[in-house]
Design a protein around this ligand. Sequence first.
Ligand code: WT7
Length: 668
Amino acid sequence: MSTGANLAEDTGSSTSSEKRRFEPPADLAAEANVTAEAYDRAADDRLGFWAEQAERLTWAEPFTEVLDWTDAPFAKWYVGGRLNAAYNCVDRHVEAGRGDQVAFHFVGEPGDTRDITYADLKDEVSRAANALLDLGVRTGDMVAIYLPMIPEAVVSMLACARIGATHTVVFGGFSAEALASRIEDCRAKVVITADGGYRRGAPSALKPTVDDAIGKLGGNSPVDHVLTVRRTGEYVSFDDATDVWWHDVVDGASPEHSPEAFDAEHPLYVMYSSGTTGKPKGILHTTGGYLVGAAYTHHAVFDLKPGSAEEKGDVYWCTADIGWVTGHSYIVYGPLANGVTQVLYEGTPDSPHQGRWWEIVERYGVTLLYTAPTAIRTFMKWGREIPDRYDLSSLRLLGSVGEPINPEAYLWYRNVIGGDRCPVVDTWWQTETGQMMISPLPGVTVGKPGSAMRALPGVGVDVVDENGDPVPNGSSGYLVLTQPWPAMLRTLWGDKDRFVETYWARFEKQGYYFAGDGAKKDEDGDIWILGRVDDVMNVSGHRLSTSEIESALVSHPRVAEAAVVGATDETTGQAVVAYVILRAGAEDGASSGDALVQELRSHVAKGIGAIAKPRKITIVPELPKTRSGKIMRRLLRDVAENRAVGDTTTLSDPTIMALITDRGDPAA
Ligand code: WT7
């Protein structure tokens, strides 16, 4: 670990000067799925609490023990229990008479739509399961999925789960190189892909990338078959020995398939995390605990009220891509286990126009929306007049995930999108945790803009110093998870040592999971995530959080988005360097250029303290982001430190770096 961080010493600055507090809406609180009592229940008997939550699922064979932690940190949850994840997500809702309820309102980017009921989903998943069996896929085999956001992505995942094959979904934006390394690492027998998908109004090919990836692996390729969905109708090359069309083998397959029950610890999926260096980590999730963790948190945090349109059940929309863990836990497994109606959208927020999301919310009466702060800040940049054109009154709750949500974005989300009536739940978790860990409960928690608040019932969280001792309120430190939880990763695929080293070695004595994030407990003990500890700067011996300074910058009316890095400085150790995007129209405001930069520096100094004042601020047209929307500060650090810019292959748009370096002045 290369943090060199000394989080125990705090700057003494308050995390946010935003003091507004938001009570749960009275009607929501009165009917809330989960009340304050859940915290007490879980605190009294944590494993008993998780045993109760397991009753949300249908088990073919009951478990005999909730948790076996004797081989820590290798956990076994719901020992002896047997179940089928796909049965739990699909069949049992049909058996309960809910077959006609819509599972997905699919919206393609070109405007094509398709409503898929739970009964349709059952038939389709069964057909795909039969087709995979015909292609020779067996329980325990690996299947790679490289698809756009189309219903077949969900169907493929569930078809694997149904036959006990382990899936690894690779985000459609990844390169052939990245796909090849994942296929090779997990030895995938089959790859499910499409000719392409639609992005920004044009077909974007996928199958050629699969061909490339397999070509790269050459004689070492484990792939027997590539199963291709026809989506765009673009030409694809076809090898009769390995290639099969989805419409040939799935559409014609039988819709009858009896799901077999698997052990609770049967591998459900591997998700490769975009790790900062070296080879990606294959994070393994298993079946029973994962499904309990995803289903319970989805029920609790979204106050989920599933039901048909006639019953006025919730319409839930998670805007994540299925290629990331958010799509796994909060589009596929949690929501479907809970039997809710969802929206599934293929495209980008600005195709064909910047009101696309809000048009979808209005059209389908979305009640629960789950998205990322980076999207919210993009909408802020575009201006409120766009969402203001649509009727968003169906919304009742808004979720945020992926990065700290700055108070400015939280308030805009709450006010402009949520009409000041919807609570905002800021949910902290990771690919590794599988389920939300820190979040408000919408019927209980008094919300603070910018805080993820506290551990969910049954989850153990603390903020500790170097030695693993809890820090007092008002201080910051390392975020740790103090107790095993059902959806926890079980290991890194093929690399037990790295699993132990990465997550469990740092606080081995206490047996804590090290999350890699810094956090602060405020005066009330509520938790503010400060960002990855490698993004925490040390300026003149004072700890400063990149996100705290970014938040201060974004609270200036002319700033749309900001990224802050710590650049090496001879005198102060590190210095704060900021890159900011101005809001639309703001360029022609009163002050510009140097005057504006000075104004922003003072603004930060005012908000946090002189110590946080950026040494340098560069106004840029865009920020370098990964395809999942994370700002790549490493690249900005390269610019700030006058180095050649490092590897840009994971950027969503590699040309952005040229725009930024063009703006950069010679060293300050
Ligand atoms: C990292 C995990 C969780 C699914 C998407 C990202 C950051 C995540 C929050 C939040 C502040 C957050 C953390 C975490 N993060 N949610 N609500 N507030 N930071 O999954 O790619 O595994 O990234 O994202 O730094 O460690 P991931």
